[in-house]
Design a protein around this ligand. Structure first.
Ligand SMILES: NC(=O)c1ccc[n+]([C@@H]2O[C@H](COP(=O)([O-])OP(=O)(O)OC[C@H]3O[C@@H](n4cnc5c(N)ncnc54)[C@H](OP(=O)(O)O)[C@@H]3O)[C@@H](O)[C@H]2O)c1
Length: 309
């Protein structure tokens, strides 16, 4: 099969070449991949660390070409969206059926390929906060792939959504169009306490956002884009003066169970246009270097999608 292979001699560390076809385990279906979307974590970390010849990639959309031998998962010919810890940047992918969502036929595979990591992480982080209808929810890193899903989903769930970005002037309009009720330049600009935070930046922004939590509020620490530690000033964790019972929850999408129905639900919302995947770069997978550079240089502010021939 054709695949994007790790090749340390190539400028971005990737080369389009030939790799052995994957051999599915009994609980895996074989997927013909038609599109993949890039995520910060796999480009920033996995791409730097994987050995030569490895095939990376978490998100892929495509069609089932061989159903799982154990009878689980979708039938041959079903359009699907898939999550895995590797193997998405290839013409064929073997995927655990618990990480496969089904997609309405005729959907744009590029659009639904944005769902697994960004969409499902945003959804599960909001679930972790608890009921959001009528509540104030802050999303930091709101212009990123995951942040834009979190803003839209929180708005769909009836929350008052506050989107935080480093550049409100540049991104305010698109964030409001995506569902944000307020756009701020950081958690300290939030006027009133918030009931929940989806934090995609970490570092000082996490500390500041925690300080804005109302009694009983939850901050879900999903992302760490700032690459900073978190140091809380003395008194920040006191529970007095209306600050009782606030919490921070750590997060890992691969550790979440029961993801297949969420992938299906999200892909359907994308397919009917209720969720805009906010694609800010799209091209053939032979242009992967452009997409990787844009993502690492913080020029994307949305999802990058590679169409796979
Ligand atoms: N734990 C999990 O399972 C899980 C799942 C999904 C994502 N994540 C993590 O969540 C984070 C966001 O992922 P993503 O795919 O949405 O990334 P992304 O598309 O690169 O977006 C990140 C956003 O954060 C802001 N940002 C980036 N670098 C920053 C910095 N140095 N300081 C302050 N803000 C910065 C940027 O917004 P502005 O420029 O507008 O401020 C950017 O749009 C990443 O750390 C990713 O690894 C974790």
């Amino acid at each position: 099969m054709r695949a994007l292979l790790i090749d340390r001699s190539a400028p971005t560390g990737l080369r389009l070449g030939e790799a052995p076809d994957p051999v599915p385990a009994p609980h895996q279906a074989l997927i013909r991949v038609t599109a993949t979307s890039l995520n910060y974590g796999e480009v920033r970390f996995s791409l730097q660390e994987a050995p030569d010849g490895a095939v990376l990639g978490w998100d892929a959309a495509g069609v089932v070409v061989r159903a799982a031998a154990d009878g689980s998962g979708p039938a041959v010919g079903t359009s699907v969206v898939t999550l895995g810890i590797d193997g998405a940047w290839a013409g064929l992918r073997a995927v655990d059926t618990g990480w496969i969502g089904t997609v309405p036929s005729g959907s744009d595979p590029g659009a639904v390929s944005t769902v697994p990591v960004a969409g499902a992480s945003a959804l599960r982080a909001l679930h972790r906060i608890g009921p959001i209808l009528g509540r104030r929810i802050l999303v930091t890193g709101a212009t990123g792939g995951t942040g834009r899903y979190a803003v839209r989903l929180a708005a769909l769930g009836g929350a008052h959504v506050i989107a935080s970005t480093g550049d409100p002037e540049k991104h305010g309009e698109s964030l409001r169009a995506n569902g944000a009720h307020e756009v701020v330049a950081g958690p300290l600009e939030v006027g009133e306490p918030v009931d929940g935070v989806v934090d995609l930046v970490g570092g000082q922004q996490l500390v500041d956002a925690y300080g804005m939590l109302a009694q009983g509020g939850t901050l879900v620490a999903v992302g760490h884009s700032a690459h900073q530690g978190e140091t809380f000033p003395f008194g920040a964790l006191f529970g007095d003066s209306g600050r009782h019972n606030r919490s921070i929850a750590t997060f890992s999408l691969p550790a979440c169970t029961g993801l297949a129905p969420d992938l299906t639900w999200l892909a359907h919302r994308v397919a009917v246009g209720e969720l805009d995947p906010q694609i800010s770069w799209r091209g053939s997978w032979d242009r992967v270097a452009e997409a990787v550079d844009a993502l690492l240089e913080r020029r994307l502010h949305g999802k990058a999608v590679l169409d796979i021939a």
